[in-house]
Design a protein around this ligand. Structure first.
Ligand code: NAD
Length: 351
């Protein structure tokens, strides 16, 4: 065995009700005037966070948006200056976390994140930003949040459809981590356990959305899967999702959910260790087919067509996906990618 493993530092508080530790955590980071970040849809959560801060809240910015547009970041930076805030607290999904990271990158202020989806951005040093319709991604330690508070109660109301697609988004991180060129035995352990936790939790959430044990398992799985995303390089599946999201403005978590079985069918035949780990984690004889059936059963949209991709976009997406080189277990060829996208566009099921 021969490997390099580099861990990222993260302080994680996990469990139901852990949000009540927020003020103590702010004190640890010497945050005395926090700017609280949310999306417009979750603006009422900013009031709850302000209450928990017991006087250490300097203001709220409730304009976070998907894909971290630069103009939103500039507006939030102005709010940071106006309120003389010395730290940011994000409550929400990957979009709100992205805004906290973008602010930290430019100012160095500490971040505390309270995730309410399963996207996993809070434990990665990756930031995607959009300017003039183009999304660029960078990986740097400056954007890694200092503290993550995973309060399971904050996820009880995550709508079922979003819970499923967000959970599959997390599973995609772990599945690709398992066949990453730089996977270590520790990352593989984390990934396998993350897939196990989420695949057992999601059906229970669909059945009983406020089931606290299922929600706890799902959030635990999301943390594990997000951790793997932060530690190793992703392959064809993440590349395709990035291309499709950027080119056709497709919804992030749904795109991951629809595409993952097809990407796994393409890659797993060249990734025996990942295949074995996914079999162990899920009990499915064929993890790509098993995942497709699982996603259908849980109500994931049936195809890329169903989530708004035009058929004419398949060639454009293929060109973009093969433009740059990145490690992937199977060689990424034009014909291979085009066929994969055709199947996923029609919703035929993985070949
Ligand atoms: P999101 O943050 O865009 O949230 C989608 C919507 O759901 C928003 O309106 C949000 O306010 C709402 N919402 C969130 N939690 C809710 C809850 N518990 N109850 C009700 N509504 C809730 O979606 P996301 O999928 O979490 O994040 C997607 C974004 O995160 C993308 O921009 C993606 O690129 C980014 N991302 C980045 C990384 C990274 O490592 N940099 C990782 C994963 C995702």
């Amino acid at each position: 065995m021969r490997f390099i493993h580099e861990a990222l530092s993260a302080r994680v508080l996990f469990g139901a009700g852990t949000r009540t530790e927020l003020r103590r955590e702010a004190d640890r980071l010497a945050i005395t005037r926090a700017l609280v970040l949310t999306t417009p849809e979750q603006a009422t959560m900013a009031d709850m966070v302000a209450d928990l801060l017991e006087g250490a809240c300097a203001g709220r910015f409730t304009g976070a948006r998907m894909h971290t547009p630069i103009d939103v970041t500039e507006a939030a930076l102005a709010a940071l200056r106006d309120t003389r805030a010395d730290g940011v607290i994000a409550i929400g999904g990957g979009s709100t976390t992205g805004l906290a990271k973008a602010i930290a990158l430019r100012t160095g202020v500490p971040q505390i994140i309270l995730p309410t989806t399963y996207a996993g951005s809070e434990v990665t040093a990756v930031l995607g930003e959009t300017a003039d319709g183009r999304k660029t991604t960078q990986r740097m330690l400056d954007v890694l949040p200092e503290t993550v508070i995973y309060d399971v109660e904050l996820t009880l109301g995550l709508p079922v459809a979003m819970s499923v697609t967000s959970g599959l988004n997390a599973i995609a991180h772990a599945a690709e981590a398992l066949y990453a060129a730089d996977v270590s035995p520790i990352v593989a352990l984390i990934a396998e356990e993350g897939v196990r936790a989420l695949t057992t939790a999601l059906p229970r959430i669909v059945e009983t959305p406020r089931n606290p044990d299922a929600r706890s398992d799902a959030l635990y799985g999301a943390w594990l899967c997000g951790t793997t995303l932060g530690l190793v390089g992703m392959g064809l599946h993440h590349k395709l999702c990035h291309v499709l999201g950027g080119s056709f403005d497709l919804p992030h978590a749904e795109t991951h959910s629809v595409l993952l079985p097809y990407a796994l069918a393409f890659n797993l035949e060249a990734a025996p260790a990942a295949l074995a780990a996914l079999k162990r984690a899920t009990g499915w004889r064929d993890p790509a087919q098993g995942l497709w059936a699982f996603a259908n059963r849980l109500g994931v949209p049936p195809s890329l067509q169903a989530i708004g991709m035009p058929e004419s976009g398949i060639d454009q997406a293929t060109d973009l996906a093969i433009q740059s080189q990145y490690p992937n277990p199977r060689p990424v060829t034009r014909d291979g990618v085009r066929a994969l996208l055709h199947h996923a566009w029609r919703g035929d099921g993985p070949a």
